[in-house]
Design a protein around this ligand. Structure first.
Ligand code: T68
Length: 840
């Protein structure tokens, strides 16, 4: 074939790049070719897309490194107060396109790789996602790093370098989710810099002795090495290039020499294997307590390994400045992303008491001025608790410190509320039971300077429900809100380049201006009445639908019709997120269509419904929902009566990269959690920023989106948060048979039970959750959900008005830039200011 001749691309370009440095080929081409030959040790004649991707990535990395060095040098010189974001998850997705955008080198690289015979799209597509996270919490951390660098904040991330990211999701022929490992480092990772010289010894097990005055000593046990890997985080339109430091676990000694000499090789490597295990795999559970049954000890070790290494690194950097330890809060702010890093609180106490020789008051005052805690859920089953015997076994000294913190704390509570035993029991760090457990949220609250929720409603719920006692005790000013945000670079400019260009052209602003001050897109409002503009707007949506259809065609071999409304729900599978409500609504629609005459059907609005998302491997009910969706899709898509009006797809293996294709293609997206259960949601923001309308409950950030874009541009349904408790009480004590309460839902459920979607008996446990106590209130919200879907259909018929809604939505999403959110953290919590790194 033509592709086999040597080299790909323009021979003259290769030849000039292969000649010595004096040759006149452009620097980018030279650098790529140089990496092909040296870093990859490959030759031009057999270079494939993967090799071209790797060489291009290494060449881009060289550029990032210059800025990274410059940034770190200016931090060292200026010694500003720094912020650290501790997160067990960073869901970064792909890097090359983002790095090119932020460096302003996209066009140059496009031209250069073309001259070498490659297409930039093809090589971008060779990159594997860095999927070191489960969902919203991990992706939020990634958006915050992008925004930190883009607003010039001295902000570093600390996490774990998992060898395997979130599992790869496969769907079996029956429709079951299967999990396969995600060996994302297989082809090596050009974006990480191993820092073998940056390492710390981390202790586990052993024994702890008290030495009086709250001090102690921890000895023995097992020591493991934490080794740093750095990932550069470039800012958009700034020289600032921050750092994400990920820790890898390594045995302190490769193997046990005694066993080795005795010829017992298995024993010799056993300790080495157990050290490697710590950072080998990301736990795939979000919001589920399933995880606390299996592999508990390893998860606890992950949390301690990571917080201890991060703190040691932060303190070493602080100490290099020669300041006394009491000044730590003037130079360091640490944000705890959920309770996962809460062990940092007793760990810092341990260092200050046992190693720095401070007294308890001095140490506690430092600790409570350094940490800040973000809560991401009010679901009781998702609040972390660790069994006391387990902590005692793995971290004996920390358990002593936790008990001491608790003692002083409960004494203070007792002084304020003498004799209030119930209150003491509720606020205690220790939950009585068999075994006793440490309540990590309580520890995070009392050890932090500020506590925040992630959307207004959620922060209110935090204050009035799970943390009410703490608000009463400490005062409400410690408990605040920072509504989540998303980076408009990845979630508009990169994923929807055509829309971004149209916005730039229309606003007559440089894109650097509005992508850094997202409130500026409000200027689009005045173009809603411009018919030519609306036409362009709609044509782009259409092309995005075709791009998604192409993806489905090439990955699943299925043909999606692109002249229909695209309706999307993509998120982790969970009962509270109610994918089940959606699929039951789809079945209702299917049954309704079947009952219509062919002529009447023709008048309906064709709809394509997309689902994607992973279920925790042990979350049986969530997996049944996937199975139901897959089987409904199979029946509905094959039914000649309805297939022109309704199609259903479950896209396997949801990822950041898949989201980047799905989100720009959506007309309507669903965010339909039971009111009061979704802390914020962030994909709701991504859809709306891309001109998709929102169908949702009055929950999380949906509420603030409606406030910004106008309630006439969103579709709300369902009961409100204050009603939820009463409804649940009714389900338990005054249940009404489903047939009476919600005949439409009853009919749908009975059809499933009768085998309309294969394997009737398989779905019974799922259907029983609704028939029995229906904790997530599907039967209460079903009718209003169906009514809302009908309103969506009706609104879509008036295409011009729909497009206007779409434009108005995008135009009023300025608030949801993660730049706004990260600056709120910096200004009102951390007291950290931007540091300008000079452009050379
Ligand atoms: C999500 N939480 C919230 N948790 O559900 C979502 N949990 O409403 C919010 O928008 C988002 O956080 C950002 O604030 C999660 O994603 C997890 O992934 C998780 C992982 C491990 C353990 C518990």
């Amino acid at each position: 074939t033509g592709k086999e001749h040597w080299p790909r691309g323009e021979e003259a370009v290769w030849k000039s790049a292969l000649r010595d440095v004096d040759a006149d080929s452009p620097a980018i081409i030279k650098s790529i070719v140089n990496h092909v030959q040296t870093s990859l040790a490959r030759q031009a004649y057999n270079l494939d897309d993967l090799g071209a991707y790797q060489a291009a990535a290494l060449s881009v990395r060289d550029n990032l490194l210059v800025n990274w060095n410059e940034t770190q040098l200016s931090y060292t010189r200026k010694n500003p107060k720094r912020a650290y974001y501790l997160s067990l998850e960073f869901l970064m997705g792909r890097t090359l396109d983002n790095a090119l955008l932020n460096l302003g080198l996209k066009e140059q690289y496009r031209d250069s790789v073309k001259k070498l015979g490659f297409s930039v799209e093809d090589i971008l597509d060779k990159e594997r996602d860095a999927a070191l996270g489960n969902g919203g919490l991990g992706r939020l951390a990634a958006c915050y790093l992008d925004s930190g660098a883009s607003t010039e904040l001295p902000l570093w991330g600390y996490g774990l370098r998992y060898k395997y990211g979130i599992f790869q999701q496969l769907i079996s022929p029956e429709g079951n989710q299967l999990e396969a490992p995600d060996p994302w480092l297989e082809n090596s990772n050009p974006w990480e810099l191993p820092r073998l010289d940056v390492n710390y010894e981390i202790r586990f097990y052993g024994h702890a002795d008290r030495l009086g005055d709250g001090k102690g000593i921890w000895q023995g046990g097992q020591e493991v090495l934490a080794v740093a890997y750095d990932v550069m985080i470039p800012g958009y339109g700034t020289k600032t290039t921050n750092n994400l430091r990920l820790w890898e676990s390594k045995p302190k000694r490769g193997f046990d020499l005694n066993s080795f000499n005795a010829g017992n090789y298995e024993a010799a490597v056993a300790s080495s294997n157990s050290a490697d295990a710590i950072t080998s795999v990301l736990y795939p559970n979000d919001h589920t307590s399933c995880m606390y049954r299996i592999g508990k000890e390893l998860r606890l070790k992950q949390q301690y390994f990571w917080t201890a290494a991060s703190l040691a690194d932060i303190l070493r950097r602080f100490k290099q400045q020669g300041k006394p330890i009491r000044e730590l809060p003037d130079f360091v702010a640490i944000q705890l992303n959920d309770t996962h890093p809460t062990l940092a609180i007793p760990e810092l106490m341990r260092i200050l008491l046992d190693e720095e020789d401070l007294n308890w008051e001095q140490a506690w005052s430092i600790v409570t001025n350094v940490f800040f805690y973000t809560n991401h859920t009010v679901l009781p089953e998702a609040l972390e608790k660790w069994a006391v015997p387990l902590i005692e076994h793995v971290l004996p000294r920390h358990l002593q410190i936790i008990y001491d913190i608790n003692l002083f704390f409960l004494q203070a509570v007792e002084r304020k509320y003498p004799g209030d035993r119930e209150r003491l029991a509720r606020m205690s760090l220790i939950e009585e039971g068999q075994p006793k457990q440490v309540r990590m949220a309580n520890l995070a609250v009392i050890g932090s300077r500020k506590v925040n929720g992630v959307a207004e409603l959620h922060s209110d719920l935090v204050r009035t429900t799970i943390l009410k006692d703490f608000v009463d005790f400490e005062g409400v000013s410690k408990f605040s809100n920072v509504t989540n945000g998303i980076t408009p670079r990845r979630w508009l400019d990169q994923c929807n380049a055509e829309l971004s260009d149209l916005i730039t052209k229309t606003l007559k602003l440089e894109k650097e201006v509005w992508l850094k001050d997202l409130f500026k897109i409000k200027g689009l409002l005045e173009f809603t009445e411009d018919a030519a503009f609306r036409k362009e707007w709609w044509a782009i949506k259409q092309r995005n639908k075709e791009r998604l259809a192409h993806y489905v065609q090439t990955t699943l071999g299925l043909t999606v019709r692109t002249d229909a409304m695209f309706d999307v729900q993509i998120k982790r599978l969970h009962e509270y997120k109610r994918q089940t409500l959606n699929i039951l609504g789809v079945i209702h629609r299917y049954l309704t269509l079947k009952a219509l005459s062919p002529a009447e059907r023709k008048k309906t609005n064709p709809r394509v419904v997309f689902f994607a998302g992973k279920a925790a491997p042990a979350y049986y009910i969530a997996k049944l929902t996937i199975r139901l969706i897959v089987n409904v899709a199979r029946i509905v898509n094959a039914d000649p009566d309805t297939k022109d009006y309704l199609q259903v797809y479950f896209l396997p293996d949801y990822s950041v990269s898949l989201a980047e294709v799905l989100i720009p293609a959506s007309d309507i997206s669903q965010h339909i959690s039971t009111a009061g259960t979704e802390a914020s949601g962030t994909s709701n923001m991504k859809f709306c920023l891309n001109g998709g309308l929102l169908l949702g409950t009055v929950d999380g950030a949906n509420i603030e989106i409606a406030e910004e874009v106008g309630e006439s541009n969103v579709f709300f349904f369902g009961h409100l948060t204050p009603a939820v408790e009463d409804l649940r009480y009714q389900h338990l004590y005054h249940p009404v048979p489903l047939q009476e309460k919600c005949p439409a839902l009853h009919r749908v459920i009975e059809q499933i039970s009768a085998g309309l979607f294969n394997d009737a008996e398989v779905y019974e446990p799922l259907l029983n959750t609704i028939r029995q106590n229906d904790y997530y209130l599907l039967s209460d919200d079903f009718d209003s959900y169906i009514a809302a879907l009908a309103m969506v259909d009706e609104a879509y018929q008036d295409r011009d008005e729909w497009i206007k809604k779409s434009i108005r939505t995008t135009a009023q999403m300025g608030k949801f830039s993660s730049d706004r959110a990260i600056l709120e953290y910096a200004e009102s919590f951390w007291n950290v200011e931007p540091v300008t790194v000079k452009k050379k």
